[in-house]
Design a protein around this ligand. Sequence first.
Ligand code: NAP
Ligand code: MN
Length: 264
Amino acid sequence: MKFAIQSKGDITSNDIKNQIMSYLLGFELTLDEEEPDIVISVGGDGTLLHAFHRYINRLEHTTFVGVHTGHLGFYADWTPDEVEKLVIHIAKTPFQVVEYPLLEVSIQLNDEDEERHYLALNECTVKSSEGSLVMDVTIKGDHFETFRGDGLCISTPTGSTAYNKALSGAIIHPSLASIQLAEMASINNRVYRTVGSPLVLPQHHTCMLKPVNDVNFDITIDHLSIIHKGVKSIHCRVAEEKVRFARYRPFPFWVRVRESFIGD
Ligand code: NAP
Ligand code: MN
């Protein structure tokens, strides 16, 4: 089996990376940063987002596992004390794979024929590059509302505990292939009206955002932020692709939610 290790880059994470590396090489696994079967991320959830985007072109062939060197993460759920146990699992046991849904974002620009496609593990956010965001929101082909406010956040189930949660979105179990549309400070008065609640959309229900006036947006895909000029439309849907995580022991989602947000 071929492995790669992505470290957050601090001293603790690098030490653990080196420790995992020497164990796995000792078990005669092969280090392959180009085409790994398993990617071990050492750091935080942010580190796993980086690892995901690094290997985004071979998601079918790659499984991820995360060790956290800071607080417990949603993707990084192994502790540094468990590293020995983890490497033995990786080297000796055939792992189970759990698949989580991803968000597909297709952006059409006025002066480009080809759409730009992105995959997000957490979310996509859309903000105006200047002033309020004004967008027509269409769901499954029907106009739903004209949104005015700071921005919109479209998240995956595993991303629902990240930015989406700060916007009072719901926490969604990752077995539900869905995306969630959450508002950022919508303007609501006698003239402007939005639904005001987060919406959870099932597979095949595309959410389309179309600019009303301004066509320049600050669009984020996970930790990446890209200014898009001359935007015609943005389509969001549950992606065909999935992300695969190696599972060696049960750690139920709701237990992770409790341990992360409520405490033991
Ligand atoms: P960051 O600013 O270092 O991360 C923000 C926090 O979100 C970190 O504590 C990170 O955990 C945590 N996080 C990331 N994914 C998560 C998940 N799926 N569930 C629960 N917590 C999660 O930036 P980053 O590390 O590059 O992460 C980018 C993410 O930050 C974005 O995808 C977005 O979700 C989030 N974000 C949140 C807000 C907000 O809550 N107001 C604003 C902007 C961005 P670690 O410390 O383990 O990395
Ligand atoms: Mn981070």
